[in-house]
Design a protein around this ligand. Structure first.
Ligand code: SAM
Length: 197
């Protein structure tokens, strides 16, 4: 580990946003999962969350496609696994996160409306089924990216990027990237983990 490399690790960690995360609910295509994790790294998400696809392991976490598409971002954004979406939503809420489900419902609002400077988790759904009604109900709010075309939905990684960069825009304006968002000892612990995985 060169001093320059360690300095870069510290620089990146000082901008990490422990109060911004995503929960991927059965996102099953490795390239989508990888692309979302890569966006998480770019925006400064410290840790992501996922529920593995039904009846399967989260192969994408270990497979070559994941590594190829995420451009090594998976090394810098650990993904915590959960058993099911509703219990994951509740666990994140218990940690103080407002969970925003990307889901069209009676109570959906435009994705630009919520205040992303508060602790926020964006819940993303499976390519085929989307977010389940139960998970959407358990969430604090439902958000949508307005669509005016012939096709009803975006690719999940495109939706994730659109929403996470809105969160980044709001957090930049609020100065949340200007000072470290966690304690010095935590930052050093993360730095050690990144430097000597
Ligand atoms: N048939 C699914 C449905 O009815 O929800 C479509 C799922 S879409 C291909 C996969 C995921 O991308 C969604 O669960 C959501 O997380 C995200 N997504 C796609 N389009 C979106 C939009 N316009 N607004 C918010 N999220 C969107």
């Amino acid at each position: 580990m060169t001093p320059e490399r360690y300095a870069k690790i510290l620089r990146v960690l000082r901008r990490r946003q422990p109060t911004l995360t995503v929960l991927m609910d059965e996102v099953n295509k490795p390239h989508n999962l990888s692309a979302i994790v890569r966006t998480c790294d770019a925006v400064g998400v410290l840790q992501a969350h996922a529920v593995p696809p039904r009846g399967g392991r989260l192969a994408a976490f270990d497979g070559h496609t994941f590594e190829a598409t995420s451009g090594s971002a998976h090394k810098w954004v650990p993904v915590q696994r959960h058993e099911d979406a509703v219990s994951a939503v509740r666990a994140l809420q218990a940690q103080g996160f407002a969970v925003l489900a990307t889901h069209l419902s009676q109570r959906s609002v435009d994705y630009r409306e919520p205040d992303y400077t508060r602790p926020t988790c964006v819940l993303l759904g499976a390519e085929k089924w989307g977010v389940s009604d139960e998970a959407a109900e358990a969430a604090d709010a439902n958000i949508v990216i307005p669509m005016f075309g012939m096709v009803q939905s975006l690719n999940v990684s495109v939706a994730a990027a659109t929403i996470l960069f809105e969160a980044q825009r709001q957090r930049l304006a609020a100065g949340l990237y200007d000072t470290p968002q966690f304690k010095d000892e935590e930052l050093r612990a993360w730095a050690f983990e990144w430097a000597y995985p």
